[in-house]
Design a protein around this ligand. Structure first.
Ligand code: SAM
Ligand code: SF4
Length: 462
């Protein structure tokens, strides 16, 4: 395959694209008209440094989110299965040369206990995370997925399992697909090859191209639900945004479908970390890059994790994020230990997180600020792949499907897991949203389904 990242091309756009007022406004408008931006248009937004224009970009992203996606935020949790790793990624606590980290792989029983603890928080969607190691073969990963799906407790269960793991060959991707995974997520970390070589000092992951083409192999294996990402802080953030957009248009050109999600983690502290900090991204730059990505690729889901502190998450949420994690605990076996929030032990964790709120605290906050927290998995269950793409591209889809489904999964949470005050606030929100949906033909059957949830039925969706 021809390499689709050309650093000279990217730098040429960054260095030679003008960002005058008129052009910036045209580009924002193009995105609001639901156009995926070109590299040149993305560079226009990246080069807008006038504070007034930056505000307009943020406002554009806010409007796009509101107009296209409404107020729903999907919740999930990461579940670390094992931290054995043969790679030597300089930014990661699990790197092979880190002798201070405890190496743990969850047994089937451990995995069941972790899943039970997450189900008992109210979770329905997980992402399983693994180091890269011969032990974590495609068969091993497929088996862990099957185990997680098999766990049930009271009225709870996990309905969608996503994966963040090392890239496979095509047969390997087929094996994990057959276990019923949702999204397969792989971050390129940095699209800048010399920087990639500098921070990946050992193991298979040193091979930039094997990683860059990983999700092409996933597509060949029939996994069209893929997530891309860059680890911000390794290289110039503007280059990484361009790399992500280039990766998106590669998928569109070759498979006629873009990625399902984009992630934009910033490097956090980890055990015995000693990395070059020349490219760390400031909070102000972070907000800009999220807003620009939202406008550049208006149809993908955008994931913001607990790496970021609560105040940053609350701020950035407005600019187009569609999924966040809640009640996150990165420690291997940490959920079932019932550790207090904020009590991290970096010798068993990949990196430090900064939002240690419980799932309920996050649910409560979302409800009180008018967002609709959602655990919906309907598209995946009905074989409607690309849930965010459906929301974006099918007129009326959100009103007819996403909003009612979000409310049904919220009602399940309120019935089964929420304390009294959250339950009261949650049902108030549901009543308000039903009024707003009153003009759609779904409202009567939504009311009917909601009353079934109250009397104990579960897993109802449109
Ligand atoms: N081992 C697999 C791999 O490297 O693809 C699974 C991914 S790793 C467990 C999940 C992601 O965490 C990495 O792709 C990387 O972007 C991110 N990550 C690693 N170290 C980090 C750090 N110190 N701070 C923030 N994110 C980090
Ligand atoms: Fe291993 Fe992934 Fe960490 Fe690299 S980022 S050291 S591959 S766990």
């Amino acid at each position: 395959m021809k390499p689709f990242i050309d650093p000279d091309e990217i730098w040429d756009y960054i260095n030679n694209t003008k960002a005058d007022k008129k052009r910036v406004r045209e580009v924002i408008q193009a995105s609001l008209n639901k156009k995926r931006l070109s590299l040149e248009e993305t560079a226009v937004l990246l080069n807008a440094t006038d504070p007034e224009l930056i505000e307009e970009i943020k406002e554009g992203a806010r409007q796009l989110k509101e107009k296209v996606y409404g107020e729903r935020i999907v919740l999930f949790a990461p579940l670390y299965v094992g931290d054995l790793c043969t790679n030597n990624c300089q930014y990661c606590g699990f790197r092979s040369t880190n002798k201070d980290v405890k190496r743990i792989t969850l047994s089937s029983d451990d995995l069941i206990n972790e899943t039970l603890a997450l189900i008992d928080q109210g979770h329905k969607r997980l992402i399983l995370v693994y180091g890269e190691h011969p032990k974590y073969s495609a068969e091993f990963i497929a088996e862990t997925v099957r185990i997680v799906y098999s766990v049930k407790h009271d009225k709870g269960e996990i309905r969608r399992v996503n994966i963040n793991a090392a890239p496979f060959d095509i047969p390997g991707f087929r094996t994990v697909k057959d276990a019923g995974i949702g999204t397969f997520q792989i971050f390129q970390e940095t699209y800048h090859e010399p920087t990639y070589a500098k921070v990946h000092l050992g193991g298979v992951k040193r091979n930039y191209e094997w990683r860059l083409t990983a999700l092409d192999r996933a597509q060949e294996a029939g996994i069209d639900d893929v997530g891309i990402g860059a680890l911000f802080g390794l290289y110039d953030w503007r280059f990484e945004v361009m790399g992500l957009v280039r990766h998106v248009n590669h998928f569109e050109a070759v498979y006629n479908v873009g990625p399902h999600t984009i992630s934009f983690p910033r490097i956090q502290n980890a055990l015995s970390l000693n990395i070059d900090r020349d490219h760390l991204v400031t909070d102000e730059e972070f907000v800009r890059l999220v807003a620009i990505l939202r406008l550049a690729v208006p149809y993908t889901g955008m994931i913001l994790t607990a790496r970021e502190p609560a105040h940053t998450r609350d701020q950035v949420l407005r600019f187009g994020v569609s999924q966040i994690d809640g009640g996150t605990n990165l420690e291997l076996g940490g959920y079932s230990k019932g550790k207090k929030e904020g009590d991290q032990d970096l010798s068993m964790e990949q990196f430090q997180i900064n939002d240690t709120r419980s799932l309920n605290e996050i649910m409560d906050e979302l409800i009180r600020t008018g967002y609709i927290p959602s655990f919906c998995t309907a598209c995946y269950r009905l074989g409607r792949t690309g849930e965010h793409f459906m929301e974006f591209s099918v007129p009326g889809f959100i009103k007819r499907f996403c909003s009612p489904n979000a409310l049904l999964t919220l009602a399940e949470y309120l019935e089964d897991y929420a304390p009294a005050e959250t339950k009261e606030a949650g049902y108030k929100l549901i009543d308000q949203k039903i009024n707003e949906l009153a003009k759609t033909n779904k409202v009567e059957s939504l009311k009917e389904k909601l009353s079934q949830v109250r009397t104990g039925k579960r897993d109802l969706y449109f």
